[in-house]
Design a binder for this molecule. Structure first.
Ligand code: FES
Length: 144
């Protein structure tokens, strides 16, 4: 049997990456069924986010996050942090909520933001939350 990838020492203390940004990865190839064929809501959202003043956050464009039926989509992640994937975003409305969520992640151990602490606009749009490799308690619980 191979040695475990996650050792007990790795979960004893939160891993701090104070200088590493929270990355907002946005799909820029999604389409909305009701919109014009060449309209890409993710591109609009990325433009909006890049225009917002926010430190410690990096905007990254990508082609497809594999949740194409939930356009527009974005994932928030970072070294040692949870990854949160959101869909059904409104590119005109939800940019500030994504920045608020990224800033909340930056201030939490492992980047974990409980549901009630998330921006209200994002709560019903969560698709997935994936723990970082550094967080693996035996019972699979979230950080307290
Ligand atoms: S094209 Fe956007 S998630 Fe697939």
């Amino acid at each position: 049997m191979n040695a475990p990838v996650i050792s007990p020492e790795m979960i004893a203390e939160p891993v701090a990456f104070p200088l590493a940004p929270v990355v907002i990865t946005i799909c820029t190839t999604c389409r909305k069924a009701e919109a014009a064929p060449d309209f890409r809501p993710g591109a609009v959202l990325a433009d909006t986010l890049e225009a917002l003043p926010a430190s410690g956050i990096m905007i990254r464009r990508t082609q497809c996050l594999s949740v194409c039926t939930r356009a527009c989509t974005a994932a928030l992640s970072g070294p040692g942090r949870y990854t949160f994937l959101f869909g059904d975003l409104d590119p005109e409305r939800d940019g500030p909520a994504l920045v608020e969520m990224a800033q909340a992640m930056a201030g939490q151990p492992f980047g974990f933001v409980p549901w009630k602490a998330r921006p209200e606009a994002l709560r019903s749009r969560i698709i997935a939350r994936v723990p970082p490799l550094e967080w693996s308690p035996g019972d699979g619980s979230a950080p307290a």
